[in-house]
Design a protein around this ligand. Sequence first.
Ligand code: FAD
Ligand code: SF4
Length: 465
Amino acid sequence: MPSINRSKTKTPMPSQDPEERSRNFNEVALGYAKEDAINEAMRCLNCKKPTCVEGCPVHVQIPNFIKHIVEEDFEGAIKVIKETNNLPAICGRVCPQEEQCEQRCVLAKRGEPVGIGRLERFAADWEMQNGIKVPEKPAPRGKKVAVIGSGPAGLTCAGDLAKLGYEVTVFEAFHEPGGVLIYGIPEFRLPKAIVRQEVEFIKKLGVEVKTNMVMGQVLTVDDLLEREGYDAVFIGTGAGLPKFLNIPGENYLGVYSANEFLTRINLMKAYNFPETDTPVKVGKKVAVVGGGNVAMDAARSALRMGAQEVHIIYRRSEEEMPARKEEVEHAKEEGIIFNFLTNPVRILGDENGWVKGIECIRMELGEPDASGRRRPVPVKGSEFVLEMDTVIIAIGTGPNPLLIRATEGIKLNKYGYIETDENGKTSKEGVWAGGDIVTGAATVILAMGAGKKAAQSIHEYLQNK
Ligand code: FAD
Ligand code: SF4
């Protein structure tokens, strides 16, 4: 068998047919078969100076794991990945590789980069099917660390500290750990069984996970440090507080924040109502306001919940849309209708208080604003009404406020996010923070990178304490 594949394009990813998948919650991308994975791995040049690794926030040794795939040593491949990444099946599915490792791959200069994410997913799925290996437990160090929030930042920090021999407890407000991975990102992009298996791996490393613990109310950070015997605390509470448009009509029935809409469907399994307790009412015509990943997820979920027509309403043009290109393509294939350069001005309701439409205005692009993107400017007199019976607002989120309000002595920036040094250390002695609660809404891998750095910094602090 040749060991080099000179194809300029990635080995295609098998996926569900758009027509069929738009009515079910099963995973869209089906994953590489063994032959696909080896074929794709053979595109890698095993560069002496692998620029792809520099593009990975947790520095997975990419050419090394890919070499193992070429050699059909899949166990070796996942071992290399797990040296630096505790959640590879998740990253292989939802990381924006096109802006990270794959963007830096040398092959991207003359064609498509190596499908690093697809190969990572293949190796992680292979391990799940063949039995997850847990590293031997290190000698206990006799020190305790509390992690608040069980999203990717908290889980990564907890896993790395457990590997170093610390006794780690994760406190999570919801009844199930995983953060946005479990309540936000839909089943058809990230099956919850995968998240649960990755959480199991973290638990097998020795981490205890306590759910239904709304920290700041049940216990404060000071309680943990002063009464409960913890030597350090990591805060990874995320940015899940929805923002609204502040336009007339947002209180009508049938208007959701994307956060509520997706939580009802993913965490509370509203698609199984009445077998499950939580319903979600999705009408025939749904408008989703926003242009990020969250908006795509809400729109595609609405379609799967039975909506006949789903519209994205976005105030800039397609070029400025922050959502991953792949997700936009998938949404288009499934029949989502995109209304670019369109901004809502008012939501209209009927006599019973239910949404019946959304009044919008056309926009045009002006000079670049602070974000570097051209500012959308309303076109006078261009208002029009779209008849809708459900509106979902997906225009961003702010910091989860509960814990930080209850924590004295922790410095916040002007937007209410926690201020830290480059290692995640906050202004409060013994307290670190990372992920969306520091950066604002970002990505899974950046949250993981922050959790990793903080774990290392906590380790150094506790060794000297
Ligand atoms: P979170 O994942 O938000 O986890 C925080 C956890 O803390 C939550 O479980 C919360 O319940 C808990 N918590 C909060 N307050 C308390 C408290 N007081 N006590 C105890 N627990 C508390 N990123 C990607 O890379 N790729 C994607 O495709 C992608 N898609 C996304 C789709 C959606 C719908 C959303 C909402 C986000 C998406 N993101 C994506 C962003 C990514 O999920 C986040 O950047 C990431 O999850 C942040 O991780 P975190 O650990 O900082 O916080
Ligand atoms: Fe392989 Fe691309 Fe990394 Fe080179 S830059 S080692 S070709 S993945």
